[in-house]
Design a protein around this ligand. Structure first.
Ligand SMILES: [Zn+2]
Length: 343
């Protein structure tokens, strides 16, 4: 079978299509014939290398995917050959206090497939059954592959961390990104007002189509416009995933006792923080990564009701993985870039 692997960190050229053996099915796992995967910013970080995250090579990339069950291990119950599934990438011990109280993403041994271990950009993958969710017939494999990481992360941020309430105002940065497009939909589904930022007219148009009440072109900054929209009050919640380039402005958009939640830093990790504002204005800052497997059942119900939709920018054959990474790297995407397998 073929798989997208890296043998070293670096630019697009380190992405290789390798011919390797189909994984041997272990008794407690399920073998999936992959149909689609989607590219996340995480794939770029793994490819480029991150300080403090040693990656053993070769590494199969990809932390979102969907496919058809090809074979079921003899110890696995509840799944059968031929079922259509999406795959979540979080792996945890399954026995600690966090795992047993629905916070498996807090587990000390938590791993993300495609980052800490091999991922899904491969014609076949062998995964634990607890990482599978059946998908409705109405959902395409492309849509299913575009959902897991960004919806899990955004749902955790808005629903579990900042506990979004109806009529609150939420500022969502980067409407064109996967996190941005998911966060707009989640905030709207929970009755919030949404201000979304984007760097181009088509990204702002996407934000409006997803339900954003106000859109702001962030090319020349967004804080001033956000203050005007909110009548100088500021917003209740900021969804941050950009980091260095936006942090200062993001904090300045918060109203007194506002909440900022961050799940990433695509422009850099080091940010300045004037603590006077944090304590005088009673700001609350939440860190967040991934989400629990249990929440995925809730997320899928929103999809079944038509309240959430996967936002796909482009679908490419997996052999064009370099182009997929390039699109994300250049921030050209309106939603997710999906790779197709076994066509
Ligand atoms: Zn655990």
């Amino acid at each position: 079978m073929k798989a997208v692997r890296i043998h070293e960190h670096g630019s697009l050229d380190v992405l290789k299509i390798d011919k390797i053996s189909v994984p041997k099915l272990e008794a407690n796992k399920v073998l999936i014939k992959m149909k689609a995967t989607s590219v996340n910013h995480l794939d770029l970080w793994v490819r480029e290398g991150m300080p403090g995250l040693p990656i053993p090579f070769p590494r199969i990339l990809g932390c979102d995917g969907s496919g058809i069950i090809e074979e079921v291990g003899e110890l696995v119950q509840g799944f059968s050959k031929g079922e259509r599934v999406l795959i979540q990438s979080g792996i945890s011990c399954g026995t600690c206090e966090f795992c047993l109280t629905g916070k498996d993403h807090y587990c000390k041994s938590y791993q993300i497939s495609g980052e800490h271990c091999d991922g899904f950009d491969s014609e076949f993958v062998s995964v634990l059954p607890q990482n599978l969710i059946r998908i409705p017939d109405s959902m395409t494999f492309e849509e299913a592959a575009a959902i897991p990481l960004v919806f899990q992360t955004s749902y955790e941020m808005l629903v579990r961390k900042v506990k979004i309430k109806p009529n609150e105002t939420v500022l969502v940065l980067g409407a064109g990104s996967g996190i941005g497009s998911a966060s707009i939909q989640i905030a709207k589904a929970f009755g919030a007002k949404v201000i979304a930022t984007g760097g181009s007219e088509d990204k702002l148009e996407l934000a409006k189509n997803l339900g954003a009440d106000f859109v702001v072109n962030h090319s020349e900054g967004f804080a001033k416009q956000v203050r005007e929209i909110t009548g100088k009050k500021g917003v209740d919640v900021v969804v941050e995933h950009v980091g260095q380039a936006t942090w200062k402005q993001s904090l300045s958009c918060l109203k007194n006792s506002g909440r900022l939640v961050t799940c990433g830093a695509t422009t850099g990790f080091e940010v300045g923080l004037d603590l006077r504002f944090v304590f005088i204005k009673n700001y609350q800052i939440f860190g967040s990564t991934m989400g629990s497997k249990g929440d995925f059942f809730e997320i899928m119900r929103f999809f079944e009701q038509g309240k959430f939709k996967a936002v796909i920018h482009k679908t490419l054959p997996f052999t064009e993985v370099k182009e997929a990474h390039r699109i994300l790297e250049n921030r050209e995407s309106l939603g997710k870039v999906v790779l197709m397998f076994n066509e």
